[in-house]
Design a protein around this ligand. Structure first.
Ligand SMILES: [Zn+2]
Length: 241
């Protein structure tokens, strides 16, 4: 094993047990006790993939009532050993956030906790549904959900080298148009989203203009974006890996 295999680590923490704010159904959410940025890939759309540090979802769909909600709206019920991490001879350890008195070691956890399914991240259509159902209460939340819809739509282009790696569906194009409006006059991260959205729509002149004024901290991203704009490329690319 090489040095990198030894240094790269991702250690699971306990699963959180969370209750749906609509119906109270329980779900599990993974946590990480330790993670590692090794193997990270940054893309021109601003998405960063960390194979050893997966992100928790921001919006989830309840497995019981199918309603969408922000993760932060869930009630925190407790925590439990993740599936596969239970000691060979024994029951999963667990702790309640709602009872002061904790169970004796070896007490079996409630069935509803053991059987609670793991929360899943939304896909592109899930984020469009979240936007349509009014989950974005502020412009910042709308940008967050629209950028996630864009990223999940772009995921299909991250694994192949062919051309045409940019959004084309009417809904995805409209989403980019809205990101361009919402990020006007925003800070540096928003400038990059805006320039990339314009580039992926093929509006190269506006994309290059959008990059003006980006500070030197973003020199690498600006250089790559300018290179792609001048080559009249609309394709999603790796920024650095
Ligand atoms: Zn529910």
């Amino acid at each position: 094993m090489g040095v990198s295999a030894q240094s790269a680590r991702m250690i699971p923490g306990p699963d959180l047990i969370l209750a749906c704010p609509h119906c109270g159904a329980l779900s599990r959410l993974f946590t990480l006790a330790s993670s590692d940025a090794e193997g990270a890939i940054s893309w021109t759309d601003g998405y960063q993939h960390f194979p050893l540090a997966p992100r928790q979802p921001n919006i989830v769909r309840c497995h019981a009532c199918s309603q969408l909600h922000w993760l932060a709206e869930c009630r925190e019920v407790g925590m439990i050993d993740p599936v596969g991490m239970t000691p060979a001879e024994g029951v999963p350890r667990f702790a309640s956030f709602e009872k002061a008195e904790q169970p004796e070691p070896g007490t079996p956890p409630p069935d509803g906790w053991v059987n609670a399914p793991q929360m899943q991240s939304l896909d592109e259509s899930g984020y469009f549904a979240a936007l349509n159902s009014g989950l974005a209460k502020t412009p910042e939340q709308e940008i967050e959900l629209r950028v996630h819809a864009w990223w999940r739509g772009n995921d299909r282009f991250r694994k192949h080298e062919g051309t045409g790696r940019y959004p084309t569906s009417p809904q995805a194009v409209e989403n980019l148009e809205r990101i361009i409006v919402l990020t006007e006059g925003g800070d540096h991260e928003f400038v990059l989203f805006r320039a990339e959205a314009l580039r992926q729509l093929g509006r190269f002149e506006a994309a290059e203009e959008a990059l003006y004024g980006l500070c030197s901290d973003y020199a690498l991203a600006r250089e790559k974006a300018t290179e792609l704009i001048r080559a009249k490329s609309r394709d999603l690319e790796v920024l650095f890996a």
